[in-house]
Ligand binder design. Structure first.
Ligand code: ZN
Length: 138
């Protein structure tokens, strides 16, 4: 189990264009934050988008954070995906070692982390919807 504050720090440190390039995403447009989606394999260069710590695909409607993306693209576990990202961005992730600490941190931090994440996800969807409206109104 990793320290949840380190996981949040890692997600904030994600350089999306670099990560997407390493994972093999094509036609990455840094300005519009769009590219082709490797998850469903389409060639629509505006299907996949990212914002802060989340991604969303407008074609296959998959969304999540960088850890989930690495898990799906590479077919690896959560732990391996965290290690992959930590190595890629030179980020140090501390493990919660003793079972006592693990229990304490899970009891205290994980529900908060999950509720933050859900709030964030709603926020991200609203942001993306607003972006679409702006684009349509231009
Ligand atoms: Zn997709």
């Amino acid at each position: 189990m990793f320290k949840s504050e380190d996981l949040l720090g890692l997600k904030d440190a994600i350089n999306w264009p670099y990560l997407l390039d390493v994972l093999g995403f094509q036609k990455i447009n840094v300005k519009t934050r769009r590219c082709c989606c490797l998850l469903h394999g389409g060639d629509n260069a505006t299907a996949f988008s990212w914002h802060k710590s989340f991604f969303h695909c407008f074609s296959c409607l998959r969304s999540g954070d960088a850890i989930e993306l690495v898990q799906v693209v590479r077919g690896i576990s959560f732990v391996d995906a965290v290690r992959f990202l930590a190595d890629l961005f030179g980020f140090r992730i501390r493990s919660v070692s003793s079972s006592m600490e693990k229990h304490k941190s899970e009891a205290r931090e994980i529900p908060q982390y999950i509720s933050d994440r859900l709030l964030n996800q709603d926020f991200e969807k609203i942001q993306i919807e607003e972006n679409i409206r702006e684009i349509q109104n231009e």
